[in-house]
Write a protein that binds this ligand. Structure first.
Ligand SMILES: Nc1nc2c(c(=O)[nH]1)N[C@H]1C(S)=C(S)[C@@H](COP(=O)(O)OP(=O)(O)OC[C@H]3O[C@@H](n4cnc5c(=O)[nH]c(N)nc54)[C@H](O)[C@@H]3O)O[C@H]1N2
Ligand SMILES: Nc1nc2c(c(=O)[nH]1)N[C@H]1C(S)=C(S)[C@@H](COP(=O)(O)OP(=O)(O)OC[C@H]3O[C@@H](n4cnc5c(=O)[nH]c(N)nc54)[C@H](O)[C@@H]3O)O[C@H]1N2
Ligand SMILES: [Mo]
Length: 716
């Protein structure tokens, strides 16, 4: 099973002859199928890519110069162990940072491997913030008291109206069957509306209507929709009275009783770029078509004040009585099922390797309030700043060593140019990789990682009830090792006993059992175990059907449109009610005179984040390019296919322009994930979006990857 961090987890039938993969097919069996996409089916090219890293390497040139020499595992592990111990003993364990993400969504070879090692060794600094949906995590926890707010995707078949709000599953998968159910819902007569600055593939395929909206202004539009509903008495007062607290306060804010500013569609029109009449139409449609699923994407949450968008969307879902009912949706998006939340014991993304608490984090003071809000630690987007400044910049340590695992830090995090500077200042950097990524090219030691074809694991996809087995189909290439083995062997070299006292198979079998799989052998043989649910699962159904016995897990036991707890915390930018804040680097920022275009940085169909960027078949599918509206192009003398400079004060990249009507005027899209390739002048030549994005994070921790102003010029 392939689980390449796209939210899908799909069956691959891998044909092997003499230990070599010859062909890959996918599921063609019972519905709902777990059909692999272009990436899974091109995986043979990834495994045998000519640039696969097969041996440990050590740096021989300057840091970042990319000059390496092959070394033995003994030398690689000894050097890494020695350096980590040296940094720990010289500067303290907090000087070691782990930058860890999710190469493949799996149980054994995930963040738990390095976390255990470094925690056992005395601890490390762990940056906080969920890149994907910190805004959704925050809003779900504040409003519902849990981040498990999702239905199984088959419940879309019960919807009469589906609003795809900044959500493009035709490109981003987010569940192996999402598009299949959208297609069926449409055939069954559901109306489908897309609210997005781009006319997405999902809109082109499924939607009856496209409503373009300016990035980062979604909260304003949602508030204006609430205004229409309240004004026209379309909201479900009985639902609000029974299940929520604070609607009256929200209503006062929306209607202007609180601040003298009614949040009318006319107010929202110049902010959002959506005509007032369209806002009214959507508000009426959402309030009167029952049931309706507001499928909020997480991209609008990856903006400045992105948390407020999620809180406002949840409020609208409650106002229309669509929470906890079939065909509705709670309007929140965070950990969709892969961390749990469905009615079976699933925790396959939680590490199968036992965790010990990290002494550095444990000793660290937390601010009051829910545990997820860990302000004192370094936000992941500020890591480069922390490395560059250390204690002198107000951070809690001087950072000297960086361990990078399953993460393309330099490419995927904001302000790549600054990250590059920070990496140069480190004393030691080790990277676990399959390829010589821009990040790996800065390492002192590179440790080669086996692909999932070369190791065993368990996985899960979003929205469908199953667990999958990632079976090893070939021996590891070259001297590659699975991440958990690398951590275990490092533990030995660092003199740490008891890293793991079980075999790989024992760990996985135990995890499968914990996940309710009756027969691990059968799971391995079939590749998948499907949980039998009595029907589509709907989050919060119990709370809605039997509120007396099933309170929401919030302080009040209700859906908290207004949160007393957050009133008391009084943190700027995180008010107790969903509110619209004018964002930095929005259209009204004075900076817009210099940089008039709003940049969004979407997830690309042929990549998963920055993965698969180097695969020839996939590169043929889609060219990396800047999407811009024909009117913006014309004003700059740019024609389709021209090379353009995209720039702001943080950086510059040169890339081809794709001129189209499929993106609204004033907005450009540079899909992120292209491998940072600065030339001698520091101008990126790959179309790497993060040379342009800002490390300024939102008050609730959202990464504002879709909040950045740029200018575009034709390259002379
Ligand atoms: N093929 C592929 N699939 C993937 C991934 C990948 O890289 N490639 N990545 C996976 C991962 S890790 C994640 S977190 C998810 C991400 O999934 P998403 O966050 O849903 O993906 P995006 O492409 O960033 O954005 C979805 C849509 O939101 C729109 N959008 C951007 N900003 C705004 C805004 O301010 N308002 C509104 N209304 N719309 C906006 C974009 O135009 C886009 O059409 O996808 C997963 N699936
Ligand atoms: N501008 C912009 N930037 C973004 C986003 C955005 O919307 N806009 N989205 C953000 C989001 S949602 C996310 S989740 C992050 C992701 O950020 P990352 O997780 O850093 O992105 P990946 O490209 O998946 O990098 C994983 C790296 O791990 C390597 N690797 C090492 N070991 C393994 C392994 O065992 N298996 C696999 N498969 N790979 C391994 C891969 O080769 C790859 O280089 O990016 C964020 N960055
Ligand atoms: Mo993500």
């Amino acid at each position: 099973m392939c689980a390449s961090h796209c939210g899908g987890a799909c069956l691959l039938k891998v044909h092997v002859r003499d230990g070599i993969i010859t062909r890959i097919e996918t599921d063609d069996g019972e519905e709902p199928q777990l059909r692999g996409c272009l990436r899974g089916r091109a995986y043979r090219q990834r495994v045998y890519a000519p640039d696969r890293l097969l041996y440990p390497l050590k740096r021989v040139g300057q840091r970042g110069e990319g000059k390496f020499e092959r070394i033995s595992w003994d030398e690689a592990l000894d050097t890494t162990a020695r350096e980590l111990l040296r940094v720990r003993d010289t500067y303290g364990p907090a000087s070691i940072i782990l930058a860890q993400m999710t190469g493949d969504v799996c149980s054994l070879n995930n963040f738990g491997a390095m976390d255990r090692l470094l925690s056992m060794a005395g601890g490390y600094t762990s940056p906080w913030g969920v890149t994907s949906f910190q805004g959704g995590v925050y809003a779900s926890l504040v409003t519902y008291g849990t981040w498990f707010c999702s239905n199984t995707r088959d419940d879309l078949l019960n919807s009469r109206l589906i609003i795809m709000w900044g959500w493009d599953p035709a490109s981003t998968v987010t569940g192996p069957n999402t598009c299949w159910y959208l297609a069926q819902a449409r055939e069954a007569g559901a109306r489908i509306i897309c609210v997005d600055p781009r006319y997405t593939d999902s809109a082109a395929t499924f939607a009856h209507q496209w409503i373009p909206i300016r990035p980062g202004t979604d909260t304003a539009m949602l508030l204006a929709m609430a205004h229409v509903m309240i004004r026209e008495k379309l909201h479900d007062q009985a639902f609000l009275s029974t299940y929520t607290v604070g609607f009256d306060r929200f209503s006062d804010y929306v209607m202007g009783a609180e601040d003298g500013l009614p949040k009318t569609p006319r107010w929202a029109e110049p902010i959002t770029g959506v005509p007032a009449a369209t806002i009214e139409q959507l508000a009426r449609e959402y309030a009167t078509t029952r049931p309706a699923a507001l499928m909020t994407g997480i991209a609008p949450g990856r903006t400045a004040y992105g948390e407020q968008y999620h809180r406002a969307a949840i409020t609208l879902a409650a106002m229309t009585g669509n929470v906890g009912v079939h065909g509705g949706d709670a309007g929140a998006r965070a950990w969709e099922s892969v961390m749990g939340g469905f009615p079976y014991p699933v925790n396959s993304m939680i590490s199968a390797i036992p965790r010990v608490s990290n002494p550095v984090e444990k000793a660290f003071p937390r601010t009051a309030g829910p545990l997820f809000y860990r302000r004192p630690r370094i936000h992941f987007s500020r890591l480069a700043d922390a490395i560059l400044k250390g204690k002198a910049g107000g951070y809690h340590a001087d950072y000297k060593a960086l361990v990078v695992a399953q993460c393309n830090y330099l490419v995927q995090f904001p302000n790549s140019n600054k990250i590059a500077r920070a990496l140069k200042s480190l004393e030691f950097m080790v990277v676990e990789e399959q390829f010589m990524t821009p990040t790996a090219s800065y390492a002192d030691i590179v440790l080669p990682v086996a692909s999932f074809m070369e190791r065993n694991d368990l996985t899960q996809g979003v929205g469908t009830a199953y667990i999958g087995s990632m079976n090893r189909v070939i021996e590891p290439l070259g001297e590659c090792k699975p991440p958990w083995r690398i951590a275990a062997e490092l533990a030995e070299r660092m003199g740490l006993d008891g890293y793991l006292d079980k075999s790989e198979e024992e760990v996985l079998e135990e995890r499968a059992r914990q996940n309710g799989v009756p027969d691990y052998g059968a799971l391995k043989e079939r590749g998948v175990y499907r949980y039998q649910l009595p029907g589509p699962f709907v989050a919060f159904k119990e709370q809605i059907e039997d509120p007396a016995n099933h309170p929401f897990p919030t302080p009040s036991g209700k859906i908290e449109i207004y949160s007393q707890q957050w009133e008391e915390l009084g943190i700027e930018g995180l008010p107790p009610l969903p509110r619209y804040f004018e964002s930095w680097e929005g259209r009204s920022d004075p900076l817009a005179e210099k940089y008039p275009l709003q940049l969004i940085t979407t997830h690309f169909k042929r990549r998963a984040l920055s993965q698969f960027e180097n695969i020839p078949w996939l590169r043929e599918v889609q060219e990396q390019a800047l999407l811009m509206n024909a009117s913006d192009a014309e004003a700059r003398g740019i024609r389709n296919g021209d090379m353009v400079r995209v720039f702001n004060d943080r950086g510059e990249t040169v890339i081809r322009a794709r001129v189209t009507e499929r993106i609204m005027p004033g907005v450009v899209d540079l899909p992120h994930g292209a491998w940072y390739a600065p030339d001698e002048k520091g101008v990126d030549r790959a179309g790497c979006a993060n040379v342009l994005t800002s490390e300024e994070y939102s008050p609730g921790g959202s990464f504002p990857y879709n909040t950045a102003l740029v200018q575009v010029e034709k390259l002379d």
